[in-house]
Design a protein around this ligand. Structure first.
Ligand code: AMP
Length: 305
């Protein structure tokens, strides 16, 4: 595994792969790697000749400086995990490499996919930070495929819109959410949960699975699904930011769940840790995704679906 910290070194490291016309799979992360990230890396390794991993805690997508400061950083462990996952090039740029002093560009999408839910609660600059850094990373790596988790469903939708809108020549691949055996979605932030927070955090997946069970039993009114799931969130002492049934393509709320891909999404705070999660409710193909992702509950750090 080649470890690089600058764009110039990244390009040199990738040159031999390009010369051999090897395909490159790219997994952008903010580090503190866990089995969810590893699922992305394994899928990238299975589908490409070489895998590039980036580890960069992107300051511009944090609305809260305290959240940025507290974001977990586990560089040595990340390198060891990346090596064991078969990563060819490990790219960990310092902030000044990505945002030098003269940097002034912003890549910003508009509309409900960036305004609603995460955009509304974290502020417009959150997705502007995401789309700007993802654009930069895709320009730096120029991969054939980019791997993103269904765990961040709205971000995945935004990244798909970004590459479509800007004609970026990369295939975006969605990877199902990896969960703890009890259902909690893996997240780098989970290491900050106290025992009490951890018990509360379980309310997110319970509320989502409960919603999907209601859907499976025939409930099609979002308000009924949400009322029941909201009750579960409250029972777990979670501070709920949002819970909604959305169209997976538009990220607009859905009242009556029809044939389009509907996703049940949630954001809530357990103690001081903000968590997000989602499940896909129906069997429909999420538009643009090309595959049906049908999550199932509680496997030991295995992929859903
Ligand atoms: P992050 O480091 O949190 O920015 O995440 C990097 C990538 O890993 C994103 O595409 C996430 O959606 C994905 N990811 C994070 N957690 C999980 C998970 N539990 N299962 C699958 N993918 C995940």
């Amino acid at each position: 595994m080649i470890v690089v910290h600058t764009v110039a070194a990244l390009r040199s490291a990738l040159a031999p792969f390009r010369l051999r016309q090897n395909t490159i799979g790219f997994v952008p992360t903010m580090g503190a790697l866990h089995q969810g990230h590893l699922a992305l890396l394994h899928q990238a390794a299975a589908e490409n000749d070489a895998t590039v991993l980036s580890v960069f805690v992107n300051p511009t997508q944090f609305d809260d400086p305290a959240d940025l400061a507290a974001y977990p950083r586990t560089a040595a462990l990340d390198q060891a995990l990346a090596e064991s996952a078969g990563v060819a090039v490990y790219f960990a740029p310092p902030p000044a490499e990505v945002y030098p002093p003269a940097f002034s560009a912003t890549v910003a999408l508009a509309g409900p996919i960036v305004d609603n839910y995460e955009g509304a609660h974290r502020g417009a600059q959150h997705f502007h930070g995401v789309t700007t850094v993802v654009t930069k990373l895709l320009m730096m790596v120029q991969p054939d495929r980019g791997y993103f988790g269904q765990k961040d469903a709205q971000q995945l939708r935004v990244v798909r819109a970004l590459v479509d809108d800007l004609n970026i020549d990369v295939q975006i691949v969605a990877v199902p959410t990896v969960r703890e055996p009890d259902g909690l979605a893996l997240s780098s932030r989970n290491i900050r949960l106290t025992a009490d927070d951890r018990a509360s955090a379980l309310g997110l997946s319970r509320a989502l699975f409960n919603g999907r069970n209601n859907f499976d039993r025939g409930t099609r009114l979002s308000s009924s699904i949400l009322a029941d799931s909201n009750r579960l969130l409250r029972e777990h002492s979670l501070a709920v930011e949002y819970l909604g049934v959305v169209d997976g393509d538009s990220f607009e709320p859905v009242e009556l769940i029809g044939s389009a891909g509907a996703v049940l999404i949630v954001a809530a705070t357990a103690g001081r840790t903000r968590l997000i999660d989602n499940v896909i409710l129906d069997e429909a193909v999420i538009p643009g995704q090309g595959t049906t992702l049908r999550p199932v509950a509680a496997h030991t750090a295995t992929k859903e679906g």
